[in-house]
Design a protein around this ligand. Sequence first.
Ligand code: GDP
Length: 299
Amino acid sequence: AKLKKGLTKTRQGIAGKVDQVLRAYKKVDEELFEELEEILITSDVGVQTTMEIIDRLRNMAKERKVTEAEDLKGLLKEILTEILDMEKSHDLNVEPSPAIILMVGVNGVGKTTSIGKIAHKFKSQGKKVLLAAGDTFRAAAIDQLEIWGNRVGVDVIKHQEGADTAAVIYDAIQSAKARKIDVLICDTAGRLHNKKNLMNELGKVSKIVDREFPNASKEILLVLDATTGQNAIQQAKIFKEVTDITGVVLTKLDGTAKGGVVLAISSELEIPVKLIGVGEGMEDLQKFVPQDFVNALFG
Ligand code: GDP
């Protein structure tokens, strides 16, 4: 129910319009496919992914001899679920303990908020959680993380503004080992303007993690803002080049009618979406389950 509410805008933007068109057309014909194509493109599904979806839909309708427009909805749901599923796991790799999660993404996308929400999620499962303030570029980022740490009730390892991110994460790992922490969640600086810098910085962090925490379960989560649409795709392409992203956290889905971007991420980038943000509160983070997502979208 919460997922459905969080997707209200996207439901109106995609499912609402699809329903309208299917009702208006009654029978399946080429013009109908063009209308559906238009809806997907304007919902930030992306041109390439939209073409793929419509081609598959056209073929499937032909194969199954579907002639009633209303019956296309079921086929569309099937195709969307398959694209989102990617035959990849959407679970966070945090078992066995200890686990380390590196959070990457540009400023403003909701990285700090997502760290807080993830920390809360694990803490309420009874896990011991520690945060590392690795975004040392901005003092505000460190402060914000501490606010979330207090709110959730978990400690934050921090250095001063301008300190070396890798050094903060090194300290956090030592602390996590000493305190027998289950999940260490690390913030990192999100400056995209210099790709080489970003690569060096994240490379250095990865090396520290591999050396100091070799047996930890690992995740590198890229945080993307759903309201930025195709911009999010561009960011993802750059981050994918510089580091081994294992999953996406897609934030602010509640704030956009263009949640179709989740399809573009899955299909164009081949990175599984693992979590979605549907609000500003501590509880407003959901595990991404393709079937549930599609059902909530069209339900
Ligand atoms: P950061 O700069 O990437 O660390 O971004 P923040 O975590 O500070 O978030 C930026 C703004 O986005 C804040 O006002 C958050 O409350 C808001 N935000 C983050 N995630 C979500 C979400 O899922 N939904 C909504 N509506 N707002 C969000």
